[in-house]
Design a protein around this ligand. Structure first.
Ligand SMILES: Nc1ncnc2c1ncn2[C@@H]1O[C@H](COP(=O)(O)OP(=O)(O)O)[C@@H](O)[C@H]1O
Ligand SMILES: [Mg+2]
Length: 321
């Protein structure tokens, strides 16, 4: 059974369809990335999952509970870090975290133990008595994270948790999310690409309210580039028997799907980017072929598009999923 099960989720705000027919799952201790440009529908989806707003259509089950039929069972099992954490500026960190634990029904002894644990996990040991209003943005984000996990929820929903943080704080928060993923199922939204490849096992790409792809970061790369790619550079002998080189020859080597592009060098230097079935297998055959023709292989390497390129392709083109 999946911990998060979303089926046909749609949300309309009057004439605006914020999300349309979203379906996805997340398993135990999975970190699922929710990636998409501003306005894609990430926050809307998270607010529905956490019970803050109702869906127009569709079903959500969290830890097996339908969110409409068992809102309280669900609330106990999720921790939510909204884009702007709901902090009480006039409370100290300790008082606030104790308060949050209490309203979520955590019993006193357990809350006391958890307070120490989450403060350590979130790096808040030294600021327990500090008023939240006196904390820096980075520390407030840590308090936001601490309130999301104090009641030991099975599911964590984090809406752009690194937004507004400095680079050092971003790295710290990413480490924290990774370690949380060892015990919780995490749904993490971001519009920053490296964030998902660094922290998530699987990624959902949303664009204009629609799901355009679900895959592992590696799977996205593989699937969307339409095969692996190899770059080769070799010298042909224009005077010898191989004069009159035709790139189509290389495309006939088994395992080569097509020539993606040919880069012109001087007259005898040939550079090709090839789309191949299987990088490792084709390499040997290509080398053998080139040597057999008496050509000098100078370079052979994999070329992989970055997740960035794929993301841009996905959100600017028609859905591929
Ligand atoms: N309360 C609202 N009323 C009307 N439109 C809204 C409301 N909240 C969000 N939207 C619209 O829904 C779409 C998705 O927004 P949102 O979920 O905030 O996206 P994201 O978090 O990915 O940036 C946007 O077009 C936004 O303008
Ligand atoms: Mg948002």
């Amino acid at each position: 059974m999946s911990v998060i099960e979303v089926q046909g989720l749609t949300k309309r705000y009057g004439p605006v369809t914020a999300i349309e027919d979203l379906s996805f799952q997340a398993g135990e201790r999975e970190i699922l990335g929710f990636l998409g440009p501003n306005g894609a529908g990430k926050t809307t989806t998270m607010r529905i999952l956490t019970g803050f707003i109702p869906a127009s259509e569709g079903n959500v089950r969290l830890s097996g509970f339908d969110i409409r039929e068992h809102p309280w069972e669900v609330k106990k099992r999720i921790g939510y870090l909204p884009e702007i954490p709901p902090l009480y500026a006039d409370m100290s960190v300790d008082v606030y975290l104790r308060f949050v634990a209490e309203i979520r029904g955590t019993e006193k002894a357990r809350a006391r133990r958890r307070l120490g644990e989450v403060k350590e996990l979130c790096g808040l040991q030294t600021v327990g008595r500090t008023l939240i209003r006196r904390l820096s943005k980075g520390y407030r984000q840590r308090v936001g994270m601490a309130q999301a996990i104090i009641h030991e929820p099975e599911i964590l929903i984090l809406d752009e948790p690194t937004i507004g943080l400095d680079p050092k704080q971003i790295i710290e928060v990413r480490h924290l999310i990774k370690s949380l993923g060892e015990r919780h199922t995490v749904l993490l939204s971001t519009h920053i690409l490296p964030e998902v490849s660094m922290t998530c096992q699987r990624v959902i790409i949303l664009n204009k309210g629609k799901l355009v792809a679900v895959d592992t970061p590696e799977g996205l790369l593989r699937r969307l580039q339409g095969g692996e790619r190899i770059f080769i550079r070799f010298r042909v002998d224009r005077q010898g028997p191989s004069d009159g080189f035709d790139p189509a020859e290389v495309a006939r080597v088994p395992g080569v799907r097509r020539i993606v592009r040919e880069v012109l060098g001087d007259s005898s230097l040939v550079s090709l980017e090839l789309e191949v079935e299987d990088d490792q297998e084709v390499r040997g055959r290509l080398a053998e072929y080139l040597v057999g023709r008496g050509w000098k292989l100078q370079e052979m390497r994999s070329v992989n598009p970055t997740l960035e390129e794929i993301f841009i392709r996905l959100v600017t083109e028609e859905p591929v999923a």
